[in-house]
Ligand binder design. Structure first.
Ligand SMILES: Cc1cc2nc3c(=O)[nH]c(=O)nc-3n(C[C@H](O)[C@H](O)[C@H](O)COP(=O)(O)OP(=O)(O)OC[C@H]3O[C@@H](n4cnc5c(N)ncnc54)[C@H](O)[C@@H]3O)c2cc1C
Length: 337
């Protein structure tokens, strides 16, 4: 276990915010993690960091930041249809996806190239291109921060929803996800319905795509759409797609016939947050060192040297203008520290 005092967090968050942590501690096993949690008990506060790709540091952190680097990927069980793959919470998510794709274990390929670590995936039930982590989730082992005890959570225990789980609600800041087990298909069926996957496959002349083809195409689409975080600091989508009652959606459609919605929870309609932000004139707009990306308004960027507070201020202005123009409240997807 490695600890550093007064450490810069810049290399550990994809926004590239130069905040500092009083203590930074890197853990490689559940044993290390328990040791770090015991040490953290003497600090005023502690937090877990994976890849730092869904976080905004708005100030220095006066406590211990624990970097989860618990690694390892293995097949732990199989039956006729499924294979069960268990991965350390500190494994890079995309590395796990490619490990499974190479072995033709199906189910993760649409979620290729999502940044971050495996352990953070269940926190917000990551998803992309029509698939969510919950679709392939089997169980996870998490360490209780207060007692150090390991608890296994099943799919039903996690209460997954759209960018939601029990770890963002009832058990917020109570557990560290150490290991996650996924249930994947031995005889994969590809899902190419979402976005431009099928167009891209057609362009490549692929008629019967494998999961590797789908993964390659998703990677290519994502690379063409989103800026690399080491070139332009960002944390992907800053806001969630808001869900509104159907009558409110109809009222918006009367004024903006091009507005698109898709089914959300409990009969609500989910709107594209990026479209709402674009309509308010933010796309490509720069404010000091920050701005809304020129191709995807939902992605707020750090042009270099921005503080977390500057990005938060911009997010506040964007949120207010969407509320004023559409009467829609947008919730942040990024975690604030
Ligand atoms: C360019 C870009 C594109 C993105 N695209 C997508 C996308 O398509 N779909 C999507 O869902 N997300 C996307 N994201 C968001 C992000 O990749 C995911 O939320 C990812 O799961 C975050 O992982 P992380 O390890 O970086 O988490 P971090 O940012 O390190 O942490 C996020 C939160 O989880 C907590 N946490 C982290 N690890 C653990 C753990 N082991 N146990 C308990 N708590 C923990 C942290 O304290 C923090 O509150 C994107 C981000 C970027 C930068």
């Amino acid at each position: 276990m490695k600890t550093t005092s007064n450490a810069s967090l810049k290399p550990y968050n994809t926004f590239g915010i130069d905040a500092r942590a009083k203590v930074l501690c890197e853990v490689h096993s559940i044993g290390d993690l328990r040791e770090a949690l015991a040490l953290a008990g003497s600090e005023t506060q502690m937090m877990i960091l994976g890849g730092g790709s869904n976080i905004l540091f708005t100030s220095d952190y006066d406590g211990m930041v624990i970097l989860n680097r618990i690694d390892g990927i293995s097949v732990v069980d199989e039956d006729e249809i499924h294979v069960y793959v268990r991965a350390g919470g500190g494994e890079p998510w995309h590395g796990l996806v490619r490990w499974c794709v190479e072995r033709n274990y199906g189910g993760m390929e649409n979620m290729s190239l999502i940044p971050g670590c495996v352990g953070a995936g269940p926190i917000q039930n990551i998803g992309a291109y029509g698939r969510e982590l919950k679709d392939i989730f089997f169980e996870l082992d998490a360490v209780h921060i207060e007692t150090g005890k390991v608890r296994t959570f099943s799919l039903a225990d996690c209460s997954f929803g759209y960018r939601e789980s029990i770890f963002k609600k009832k058990y917020r800041d109570q557990y560290v996800i150490a290991m996650v087990t996924f249930r994947l298909d031995k005889d994969p069926v590809v899902d190419t319905k979402y976005g431009s996957i099928s167009d891209e496959l057609a362009k490549r002349g692929i008629e019967k795509p494998t999961i590797r083809d789908v993964s390659d195409v998703v990677i290519a689409i994502r690379q063409s759409k989103l800026p690399e975080t080491d070139v332009l600091g960002n944390a992907g989508s800053f806001f969630k797609n808001p869900e509104i009652p159907a009558d409110e959606f109809e009222a918006i459609r009367k004024k903006y016939p091009e507005a698109r919605g898709f089914p959300g929870n409990g009969g609500k309609i989910k709107l594209y947050a990026g479209w709402l932000i674009e309509q308010c004139g933010w796309k490509g707009k720069r404010v000091g060192n920050t701005g809304a990306h020129k191709d995807q308004a939902l992605v707020l960027v750090n042009y270099g040297g921005a503080t977390g507070q500057e990005i938060l201020d911009l997010a506040g202005r964007i949120r207010e203008s969407v509320k004023k123009q559409f009467g829609v409240e947008m919730e942040m997807e990024v975690n604030l520290v």
